[in-house]
Design a binder for this molecule. Structure first.
Ligand code: VG1
Ligand code: CO
Length: 547
């Protein structure tokens, strides 16, 4: 029989983080490392047997090898049908959509998202469940437990699949369907936005620069922006997915995509500048002369959602509810209040939005880490956000700057920045967190410059839908509505520990809306330095990355 059982030894480090299991490529190349984790998924998620499974990845180094292994193991574990993106390519939002389109029981997404790729870079797996959402914590916990005791895995040992040929192939009893990576995703976007209007905007001379960063969104952006919407050739740059993302950091932010900020500040700036990350779920938005922070982008899209075809029919301009992750600035809360809709504050990680989306309580949600999306799928969706902005520009006829100015004049402005302290020794990072945690109760009521601390606690979250509880989700120091300082440990790094410090300041007075962000946040950074003592306790001179 070509289905065989292979004996194996467990690894003890296969605990998924904020979004899947991420490790250095070298770790994934250890004997049976990938197979063990996949078998743990098949053992725990028994609904996969006899069902459809979607498989794809962001095209990074090791993608094709891992996908062949996953297909062989799916065939060895009684999966009826496997749907694979051509060439093994699927962006994360496209994969989430395919799970929905094919009524699949789950999906395996091979990506380490915004982490660098190549033989010395990172690799990873995200497991998504029926409906397209990221596996919830309870499930990833069980998968981790299973991976610690695994002793054998099953695979079909009878040949491989041609990943590049669209159509059906058979592997034992399992049907393998290779599908075009872009078709279904492009169709979904067409159902949400006014493509005619955007096409007319380009015809009138509207200009965009979209940077795919040599990662997965190249083919998606090429098809939708250039072929379907008629953006001028050259509007999509770095459009060819490369195994090492061209040696770059596929993380669209002010550091790793500084060239886009430079373009926005230049005389040649197009109307909209955007980028996406390794697996296509993040987005960065800039207009001529300004950067729109992800928290502002979320709030501004929320305020204009009623103008977009996929959303305008329904109560409150089609908005059921809004949500943001805890460290994301509270700009969207202000819009929610104005629209009189519910607003949720969830822990960091897209999986925490999924129950609310499934329950029909959310239309739009986002994270400060350049993630925005809506109820159309169960992942954040980079190109979706770009298309939403294009649609808003085309509908209003305004520039990004005009939209931002009007928004801040009406709702006030949340200045926002994130400081990352990367690759810290784990002990040093824990010392910072532990000492702040201890100090929190004594901070309440204390005054720092003009601000008084109204709340200081460790964030925990009870899911309003299933009642599950997530504890230890970040330390927060709140100065009423005026400001916040947040500290949390990252769950996506692959080396040492990363600490993230988030600073937010809210201003409503007309003469305080046009400050440079770094000036606005300088006093808060000083307060954070005194309270959190990051530099003092880690011996660093400052953050590794400021976004
Ligand atoms: C980071 C971001 C978080 C995001 C996660 C996955 O997690 O802060 O908002 O959901 O990455 O994004 P952490 O734990 O490192 O802060 V992606 O685009 O890498 O899947
Ligand atoms: Co990503």
């Amino acid at each position: 029989m070509p289905v065989c059982e292979q004996l194996t030894q467990p690894y003890t480090d296969q605990k998924p983080g904020t979004a899947g299991l991420r490790k250095k490529v070298a770790v994934f190349l250890q004997p049976h490392y990938l197979e063990n984790f996949l078998q743990a998924i098949f053992d725990v998620e028994t609904s996969l047997k006899g069902s459809t499974l979607v498989i794809g990845g962001d095209g990074r180094y090791h993608n094709r090898v891992a996908i062949q292994t996953a297909i062989a193991m799916a065939a060895g574990n009684g999966i009826s049908k496997v749907v694979v993106g051509q060439g093994g390519i699927l962006s994360t939002p496209a994969a989430s959509n395919l799970i929905r389109v094919h009524d699949a029981a789950g999906g395996l997404l091979f990506t380490a998202s915004h982490n660098p790729a190549g033989p010395d870079g990172d690799f990873g797996i995200k497991f998504n469940i029926a409906g397209g959402g990221q596996a919830p914590e309870a499930l990833t916990g069980k998968i981790y437990e299973a991976s610690r005791t695994i002793s054998r895995y099953r695979l079909f040992d009878g040949g491989s699949v041609d990943l590049d040929r669209c159509g059906n192939q058979q592997l034992g009893d399992t049907l393998i369907e290779i599908v075009d990576s872009v078709d279904d995703y492009a169709q979904l976007q067409q159902s949400l936005f006014d493509f005619d209007l955007i096409r007319a905007w380009f015809k009138r001379g509207g200009r965009i620069c979209f940077d795919a960063m040599h990662a997965v969104t190249g083919p998606y952006a090429q098809r939708i922006l250039i072929e379907q919407l008629g953006a001028p050739a050259g509007s999509v740059i770095n459009a060819t997915p490369l195994e090492d993302f061209g040696g770059g950091h596929p993380d669209p932010n002010l550091i790793y995509a500084k060239h886009l900020l430079d373009l926005a500040m230049s005389a040649e700036s197009p109307d909209l500048i955007a980028a996406s990350d390794g697996d296509g779920d993040r987005n960065m938005i800039l207009g001529r002369g300004l950067f729109i922070s992800p928290g502002d982008s979320l709030a501004m899209l929320a305020a204009h959602l009623d103008k977009l075809p996929g959303y305008k029919n329904g109560p409150k301009g089609g908005i059921r509810g809004l949500a943001r992750s805890m460290p994301t600035c509270r700009a969207v809360d202000v819009v929610a209040k104005a629209l009189e809709v519910e607003c949720f504050e969830t822990p960091t990680g897209w999986k925490f939005f999924c129950n609310l989306l499934d329950a029909g309580r959310l239309t739009l949600c986002g994270e400060e880490s350049f993630g925005t999306s809506s109820s159309h799928t169960r992942e954040k969706d980079g190109l979706w956000a770009v298309l939403a902005w294009l649609n808003v520009l085309a509908t209003t006829g305004n520039s990004v700057q005009q939209l931002a100015d009007a928004h801040w004049a009406r709702h006030g402005r949340h200045y926002y920045v994130r400081h990352d302290y990367d690759e810290l020794p784990v002990a040093a990072a824990n010392t910072v967190v532990d000492s702040l945690r201890k100090a929190l109760p004594s901070l309440i009521g204390s005054t720092h410059d003009d601000w008084t601390i109204s709340q200081a606690d460790e964030f925990s979250y009870t899911d309003p839908v299933d009642g599950s509880i997530a504890t230890g989700q970040g330390l927060r120091i709140v100065f009423g509505d005026a400001a916040r300082i947040i500290l949390r440990l990252s769950g996506t790094g692959t080396e040492g520990a990363t600490l993230r410090l988030y600073l937010e300041r809210y201003e409503t007075a007309a003469d305080k809306l046009a400050w440079p962000t770094s000036d606005a946040l300088a006093p808060l950074a000083q307060i954070a330095d005194r309270i959190v003592r990051l530099n003092e306790l880690t011996g660093r001179k400052g953050p590794s990355v400021i976004t």
